[in-house]
Design a binder for this molecule. Structure first.
Ligand code: GRF
Length: 196
């Protein structure tokens, strides 16, 4: 499976996909890394010899224009799967139309609990004793698409946002890797899931 991964941040989840890509037995290959800004994680492209591109959100008049430019860049790589791994932008409907249901997103909460950009912070503020990690198909809602997989993660006394996020991320990575495996061996059919 050809994977295009889109990021805004450090790309620690991306690193796990890049490492998996180097394993001949793993069915996924990261073919390109894209970002909406000068994200730290783009340096991983150089480290792993994977091409990178930036479609700067602020360089376009609106979200739609940015989305069109993003579609053009991503399409060049003929991805089987487009993974939003910490892309901190809502993608416009044209991007959803272009790639969904082969457009998936990791989220650091147990959806539908705590959607939006501050899933970890919001769970802490709510005082819950467990949150989680989710992998979803991206649709035109905010983190409301069909759930591919999710797992609970405990909130521990004294947790900071950072500490809790650090506990959640390895679970996100596991869900992501498992999803690529499941898609490759046909245990997971995103088209079917998106219809249900
Ligand atoms: C992850 O928790 C992802 O779900 C998100 O932002 C984080 C990205 O982390 N919404 P990293 O850039 O992969 O370290």
């Amino acid at each position: 499976l050809q994977l295009v991964v889109l990021i805004s941040g450090t790309g620690s989840n991306l690193r796990v996909l890049l490492e998996a890509s180097e394993d001949a037995e793993f069915p996924g290959r990261v073919v390109a890394i894209g970002a909406d800004r000068e994200a730290d994680g783009l340096a991983l492209g150089e480290e792993y010899g994977i091409p990178t591109f930036i479609v700067p959100f602020t360089a376009y008049p609106d979200r739609e224009a940015w989305g069109e430019a993003l579609i053009e860049q991503v399409r060049q790589w003929q991805p089987d799967l487009v993974i939003l791994s910490g892309l901190m932008r809502l993608v416009p409907p044209a991007v959803v139309d272009a790639f969904s249901p082969q457009l998936i997103n990791t989220h650091p909460a147990y959806l539908p609990e705590f959607p939006g950009p501050h899933g970890v912070r919001d769970a802490l503020a709510a005082g819950v004793d467990q949150t989680g990690a989710s992998l979803i198909i991206v649709d035109n809602s905010v983190d409301g698409g069909p759930i591919i997989a999710q797992e609970r993660v405990p909130v521990l006394p004294g947790d900071t946002e950072q500490a809790l996020h650090d506990r959640i991320k390895p679970v996100e990575r596991r869900l992501l890797i498992q999803a690529v495996l499941d898609i490759a061996n046909s245990h997971l059919d995103l088209k079917e899931l998106s219809r249900s």
